[in-house]
Ligand binder design. Structure first.
Ligand SMILES: Nc1ncnc2c1ncn2[C@@H]1O[C@H](COP(=O)(O)OP(=O)(O)OP(=O)(O)O)[C@@H](O)[C@H]1O
Length: 543
């Protein structure tokens, strides 16, 4: 019941409905002799027929009033365009003029402005439809048509737009088109868009546009990421984008968190994992009371058990009443959204494509390998047939990552491994080596499943079946990024069959082929799938 209420509220105002507002547009065209001024006949007693007509007139009037109110809020939906500013004031003016000038036709300037509003609303709706952008929330600013609009509409410094073109970004991606105007107009935002679709820029750009560089008043923006690797990557991206201005952009390293002198440190933008940030706040008196932007990247992961209390405490210490919070992820389960909503204020929800779905650029395949040994054989066979590096292989634990690494070390393949037992430097080296092409195959646990942007990963292999549909979406999303195509192969054994249907649904919704027997498997209520697997080894079993 509560959920139904919540979801209906979330979807309110998703589409601009011309049919629904048609009465209002008609009103703008009508002269004062329209239905509003139609009079009743006071001399005659009401007949049942008249009563019915009067009742329906009253109802029509009521509906009209409601539509007029809706139309006003729809006009507001394009705020940010100067032409719409002061529209409410204009309407008041109009109303009083009407009283004086009853019988005269509506002022042509007002009609022109109304038509302009109508056109802008339509333009926004067309853009959203074209880029598969779905919104919910009141007064949502129109999406960007191009990056130049950041200058013409929002007064962005040309250096920042110049940096975009230096980075080779010519057109905004759909999430950038909608999320940037939302954040720039001071609104909070939930954003859900496919992996590799440019969410990082969507939250970095408004921050760089809005905060003053080099201020000595303390941290102005905090970006939280679930892993150190992602935090390091986001810091790098932020520095690239800010080139030409003296922003202090800091990554919260282990040392900084444990022994940083935050009172004397200049920092405009701080990128951190939740635990490190919390440690710095609790133990090193890091003051976050002036933070203007708080971003929770991979937000559903951040809200997962274990992090939620830390997030709660970070949200509390970011106590600036005018703070703008935003949540970004490729997956946003309803339960997490409901939880996150409790910390947000009047947030706009933006979904690009279908919520919780894989990037359409990835060709996905399921392969039955029978047993654990079967998986190793299938992997070797696949590499023997074609190895198109860089390749990422995901396994379910660090122990299994080490085991598979040992196995592949016997083969003539340049492989490396990354997992939580390695220190920070080793983990970063593994990532850098894959980026530089020194490594062809990187065996990984979930540590790099989210957010990591390795350009041109050609293939992701789920050696171990992922534990949930969202884990699957993020893992395979390491390929097929920034408009490039990719491939994802997922091995499954007998033990994985009960969970197959959940993953198969992701393939089906992206238009990939799935054997028909899998479609008939029952849906599993259980969300997580964790299997005790035999060790990865080609040695014969001891017994
Ligand atoms: N407007 C753009 N035009 C071209 N490339 C872009 C644009 N914006 C971002 N990119 C590039 O797209 C790639 C993916 O971007 P990003 O890492 O932000 O994706 P993401 O949506 O955050 O993915 P994930 O969900 O996996 O974290 C990056 O290499 C980035 O440089």
């Amino acid at each position: 019941m509560e959920k139904a209420k919540l979801s209906s509220a979330l979807f309110a105002g998703t589409h601009f409905d011309r049919k629904r507002f048609s009465g209002v547009f008609a009103r703008f065209r009508q002269g004062p002799s329209g239905p509003d001024v139609a009079s009743a006949n006071p001399s005659s007693a009401p007949s049942p027929e008249k009563k019915r007509k009067r009742k329906s007139k009253a109802k029509a009037k009521k509906n009209k009033k409601r539509r007029a109110e809706d139309a006003d809020s729809a006009s507001d939906a394009v705020e940010g365009f100067s032409v719409f500013k002061g529209l409410a004031a204009k309407k008041d003016e109009e109303d009083s003029e009407k009283k004086v000038e009853t019988g005269k036709s509506e002022d042509s300037e007002v009609v022109r402005r109304r038509k302009e509003v109508e056109r802008e609303i339509e333009r926004a709706a067309i853009l959203r439809k074209r880029f598969d952008i779905h919104i919910s929330g009141q007064n949502v600013p129109a999406p960007l048509e191009n990056f130049e609009e950041l200058v013409s509409r929002y007064g962005c410094d040309s250096y920042l737009v110049g940096n975009l073109s230096k980075l080779g970004f010519q057109e905004p991606t759909p999430i950038q088109r909608q999320a940037i105007p939302i954040l720039l107009s001071g609104r909070e935002c939930f954003a859900c868009a496919p992996t590799g679709s440019g969410k990082t820029l969507a939250f970095l750009f408004p921050i760089l546009m809005k905060i003053k560089p080099g201020s000595k008043e303390g941290v102005k923006a905090v970006i939280l990421c679930p892993t150190r690797e992602l935090a390091a990557q986001t810091t790098r991206e932020c520095k690239k984008l800010a080139k030409g201005r003296k922003f202090y952009i800091k990554l919260m390293t282990k040392d900084l968190s444990k022994s940083g002198n935050f009172k004397d440190m200049h920092c405009d933008i701080l990128v951190s994992t939740p635990l490190r940030l919390d440690h710095a706040v609790q133990k090193r008196d890091l003051d976050l009371s002036r933070v203007e932007y708080l971003v929770l990247d991979e937000s559903d992961k951040l809200f997962e058990l274990g992090f939620v209390e830390v997030i709660d405490s970070v949200v509390k210490v970011c106590s600036n009443p005018s703070i703008i919070r935003s949540l970004f992820s490729a997956t946003l389960p309803d339960s997490i959204e409901a939880l996150a909503r409790t910390i947000m204020h009047d947030a706009v929800r933006v979904i690009v494509g279908r919520k919780n779905s894989a990037s359409s650029l990835i060709k996905q395949k399921l392969i039955f390998a029978g047993t654990e040994k079967g998986k190793l054989l299938a992997l070797r066979q696949s590499f023997a047939e074609s190895l198109n590096p860089p390749v990422l292989i995901f396994v379910q634990s660090k122990e299994r990552a080490k085991e598979l690494y040992k196995e592949l070390a016997f083969d003539d393949i340049r492989a490396d491994v990354i997992h939580a037992d390695l220190d920070e430097e080793q983990r970063q080296d593994a990532v850098d080596n894959l980026r530089a092409g020194k490594t062809w195959v990187l065996i990984a646990t979930e540590v790099i499943a989210r957010g990591m942007d390795f350009k041109g990963v050609n293939c992701v292999i789920n050696y171990d079946f992922p534990e949930s549909a969202s884990a699957y979406i993020h893992r395979i999303g390491r390929s097929g990024r920034a408009g490039r195509s990719g491939e994802a192969i997922t091995f499954f054994t007998e033990e994985d069959k009960p969970f197959l249907r959940n993953i198969a649904n992701v393939l089906i919704s992206s238009g990939c082929e799935v054997p028909s027997w899998i479609k008939t498997l029952p849906k599993l209520k259980r969300k997580k799938h964790r299997v005790n697997r035999d060790p990865i080894s080609t040695l014969p079993d001891e017994d």
